[in-house]
Design a protein around this ligand. Structure first.
Ligand code: FES
Length: 502
C-alpha cells in the first residue's frame, strides 16, 4: 500500500521518476551514495566530475524526500544567527560558516550555467525583519556579527509592508532562489552523462564500513571504496547523531499573486520564524510562498490544519495582494544542537560519510556536502572539515542538547498511556489512531474503503510510540522523527525498517 504523502508541494516534478529503475544485481563503484536528494546528488555530481565511478541508490526516486518539500531559499543569512553561531563555534567558525554558504550559492550558480539547468535560478536580496514586539537589539547584534563573519554588504534598513508601519530589518545582498526539483533533475541528468548510475526503488537495509558495502532489501550489494549516507537523517546510525539533532515539521502555503509583485527573500525574527519568497507560476501570475509554524515531529500541539490557517492569515495581513491558496504542504527539518549541519566521516567509521542536520538551510548545506565530502574521501584537506565534523562536541551547545533529550525522554511516557481510541470502529475512513491491547500499542489505519490495517505502534528505531499525522497520512515518531506509511512501511529515518506486524 505504499503511497505518496498527503500533501503535494509546489515543486512536484514527475520527470525525476524516470530515474526510478531499481538495482537488480550486485555491483561495485568507487563511491556508493545512498539518498538522491540535494546532498546525495551534489556529492555524486562532484565525484563524477572528478572521474570517479559512482552508484546512487534511493528508496524511491531522486527528489522524492525532503528536497521536494523545501521552499528553496539559497541564503548565507543563517537562521541560527551569526551572533549565536560565533558563541558556539568561535569567530573563526562563524566566518567559515558564512564562507561555506556563500560559496555554496556560487557553486549552484556555476552548475546551473555549466550544465544548462533550467530551474529559475535568480540572485536577489534577502531581508531579515523584526517581528512585532521584538527588540531591535537582535538586529543590532546580528549586523555586527555578520560583518565580523566577513559577510559583505549587510546593512540595517527598513521595510514597509503596505498599510503597516515601517519595520526595521537587515539586508543581505546576493541571496538566491531556484526550483529545487528542476535543479535536481539537472544534476541527475549531468551525473548520467558523466557515467554515474542512479537507481530508484532500491531500499538499503545494511551498511558495512570495512570493507565498505551496502546491502539492499532485495539482497544485492554495492561494494565501494567509500559510502556516503545522504538520507536526510542517517539511517546507518542508531544513536550518536540522533541525540545531537531534533526533527521538526514545517509548513508552507503558496498563494496566487500578481506577476513580479515580490522579488526578494524575507524572514522574520520570530521563533518559529516566517520565511517568504515568490516563484514563477504562469505567464499571468506568480506564487507567494510563506512558510513557518514549525513543531517537533509527532508533537503537533493544537493540530495540523491550524498551522495552515495561521500561515494564511499571517500572509494576508502583510501581503494584501495575496490571493487564494494554490498549494500547501509540510516538510521535515533537522535542527542540530549547535546550528550547523553534520557533514563528514561518520563517528566510529573509516570509509562511511554522512550529510545531515540541514538546520533549515538544506539546499546550501547539501551543496556544501558536494564540496566537502569529495575532499575527505580523497584525503585532501578542506577548510570546513572541522566545522562540520559529525563527531564534534561544542560545549556551549550542552543546553540545547539537554533540552531536546529531556523532551525525547518524556515521549517514552506514551508507552504507559491509554490508547487514543478503544476500537477500530471509532476511526474515520482515511485516518489512523493508536489502540491499546493489553501491554501492546497498535497503530490502526482505516483506509478510504473502510478496510483496517494494523501494525505495532512501536517505532523500530528506539522504541517510542508513533502518532498519526492526519495531514500527511503518516505515522510520525515524536522521539527522533522517523515516519512511516499508513501500513507501517518506513518513509523517513532514522528507522531503517517498517513498523512490525501486529
Ligand atoms: Fe527514534 Fe522513533 S525515531 S525512537
Amino acid at each position: 500500500m505504499r503511497q505518496d504523502t498527503g500533501t503535494t508541494s509546489v515543486w512536484d516534478d514527475r520527470s525525476l521518476r524516470s530515474f526510478g529503475a531499481p538495482l537488480e544485481q550486485s555491483t561495485t563503484a568507487d563511491v556508493c551514495v545512498v539518498g538522491a536528494g540535494i546532498a546525495g546528488l551534489s556529492v555524486a555530481h562532484a565525484l563524477c566530475r572528478q572521474g570517479m565511478s559512482v552508484v546512487v541508490l534511493d528508496a524511491r526516486y531522486p527528489g522524492s524526500g525532503e528536497t521536494g518539500r523545501t521552499t528553496a531559499h539559497l541564503s548565507n543569512a543563517l537562521d541560527d544567527r551569526y551572533s549565536h553561531l560565533e558563541k558556539l563555534h568561535g569567530a573563526d567558525g562563524a566566518r567559515l560558516a558564512a564562507d561555506s554558504h556563500t560559496r555554496a550559492i556560487a557553486r549552484i550558480e556555476e552548475i546551473v550555467k555549466s550544465e544548462g539547468v533550467d530551474c529559475d535560478f535568480e540572485r536577489l536580496d534577502g531581508y531579515l525583519f523584526l517581528k512585532e514586539g521584538d527588540s531591535s537589539d537582535v538586529l543590532d547584534a546580528e549586523v555586527v556579527a555578520s560583518r565580523r563573519a566577513d559577510l559583505s554588504g549587510v546593512e540595517l534598513s527598513c521595510w514597509k509592508f503596505e498599510q503597516h508601519a515601517e519595520a526595521l530589518c537587515l539586508t543581505f545582498p546576493r541571496q538566491a532562489q531556484f526550483r529545487p526539483l528542476a535543479y535536481l533533475g539537472g544534476l541527475a541528468a549531468a551525473i548520467r552523462t558523466l557515467g554515474g548510475r542512479i537507481f530508484g526503488s532500491t531500499h538499503v537495509v545494511g551498511f558495512e564500513d570495512d570493507p565498505p558495502r551496502v546491502k539492499t532489501l532485495r539482497g544485492d550489494t554495492v561494494s565501494a571504496g567509500a559510502v556516503v549516507v545522504a538520507t536526510n537523517t542517517p539511517v546507518n546510525d542508531r544513536v550518536a547523531i540522533h541525540t545531537k539533532q531534533a526533527a521538526y515539521r514545517t509548513y508552507a502555503v503558496a498563494m496566487r499573486i500578481p506577476k513580479d509583485a515580490l522579488r526578494i527573500l524575507l524572514w522574520d525574527t520570530g521563533d518559529p520564524y516566517h520565511y517568504v519568497r515568490a516563484a514563477r507560476h504562469s505567464e499571468a501570475e506568480d506564487l507567494l510562498i510563506v512558510g513557518g509554524e514549525d513543531h517537533k515531529t509527532g508533537q503537533p500541539g493544537d493540530g495540523y490544519e491550524q498551522r495552515f490557517d495561521r500561515l494564511t492569515a499571517w500572509a494576508r495581513r502583510y501581503f494584501r495582494f495575496a490571493g487564494d491558496v494554490a498549494y500547501r504542504w509540510s516538510g521535515q527539518v533537522l535542527e542540530p544542537n549547535d546550528g550547523l549541519a553534520f557533514i563528514g566521516r561518520n563517528p566510529g567509521d573509516e570509509h562511511t560519510f554522512i550529510a545531515t542536520g540541514d538546520s533549515g538551510h538544506g539546499m546550501t548545506h547539501g551543496t556544501i556536502a558536494g564540496m566537502l565530502l569529495p575532499d575527505l574521501i580523497a584525503g585532501r584537506p578542506n577548510p570546513w572539515a572541522d566545522l562540520y565534523d559529525p563527531g564534534r562536541v561544542r560545549a556551549r551547545a550542552a543546553g540545547e542538547f539537554a533540552k531536546e533529550n529531556v523532551n525525547v525522554a518524556a515521549q517514552y511516557l506514551d508507552l504507559v498511556k491509554p490508547g487514543e481510541v478503544e476500537s477500530a470502529e471509532q476511526i474515520a475512513p482515511g485516518s489512523g489512531a493508536v489502540l491499546r491491547e493489553g501491554a501492546n500499542r497498535i497503530a490502526v489505519y482505516r483506509d478510504e474503503r473502510g478496510a483496517v490495517h494494523r501494525a505495532s505502534a512501536i517505532c523500530t528505531h528506539l522504541g517510542c510510540v508513533v502518532s498519526w499525522n492526519d495531514l500527511e497520512k503518516s505515522w510520525d515518531c515524536p522521539c527522533h522523527g522517523s515516519r512511516f506509511d499508513p501500513d507501517g512501511a518506513v518513509r523517513n529515518g532514522p528507522a531503517i525498517a517498517g513498523l512490525r506486524e501486529a
